[in-house]
Design a protein around this ligand. Sequence first.
Ligand code: 48F
Length: 283
Amino acid sequence: MNTAGSIVDSYETRITRAILDAYHEKVSRSVVGDVLVVGAGPSGLRAAIDLASKGRKVTVLEKRLSPGGGIWGGAMAMNEVVIQDEALSALEGIAATPRPVERGLHVVDAVALASALCLKAVQAGVVVLNLTLAEDLCVHDGRVVGVVANRTGVGERLPVDPISFQAGAVLDATGHEAALVHMLRRRGLLEGRAGPQGEGPMDATEGESSVVEGVGEAYPGLWISGMCVQAALGGPRMGPIFGGMLLSGRRAAALIDRALTDGPGEAGAEPTRGGESLSEETP
Ligand code: 48F
């Protein structure tokens, strides 16, 4: 009975404790890991799934409520996503069925694709922390070793300190924002080596290939995939076709996995475009 002065273990308090215990166990597990993926769009989720499937300990930080990035809205809020023949393999293991339409193109229901990627990531062992904003990077001795994070809507508005997560590799999969790349660039850490900044105008053919080719280690410990590649290196946007995003995530996962196995300094996967590179350091 909840009489004044007595302490009760009510149904509500047990529900609260269940959430607190489960959430804190999950976050605690993520404080140090193999890979931190920032951004739960198609490239980040695909990379996280592949890395976790290889046994890597992966955490995804997503600032929005819903992981899935730009998938949900399809194109102009028409929630169908286009995938080309060459990229169908990137749907491997993802329970979203492509339907062929014409001349090598397929459509996938955007809600099905976003949901299937999210579910697959969690089932593969990825910890997905939504409403979590990457607001800065941890850099030790010229190497990115982690991400500084805060609750979305808190750190930007209130004087509340963040927490940090550490990992052997950090992937900037924040899409058009290229948020982590810009954090380094603002500090002058990429100075002198950056290629043309910002996305170029639309060219779907060139965009779809260069978003995969440009994947690499932009700065020791910091990798780029997806639309972040175009924003960082200056490649063209490709519009509402998503195969390149998934393939870009897959390539990032393969390169990061190899780099983690080989150790710092061995990967040799610096992203370049037109002979320029983002970073002076040789990975
Ligand atoms: O934008 P997004 O889907 O990136 P992507 O994987 O795919 C791009 C396509 O969606 C589309 C396209 C297809 O042709 O061009 O745009 O490259 O997902 C990026 C995610 O990163 C989150 C953001 O909310 C989104 O869900 N994000 C951005 N900045 C931060 C962040 C940050 N600082 N901290 C945490 N999450």
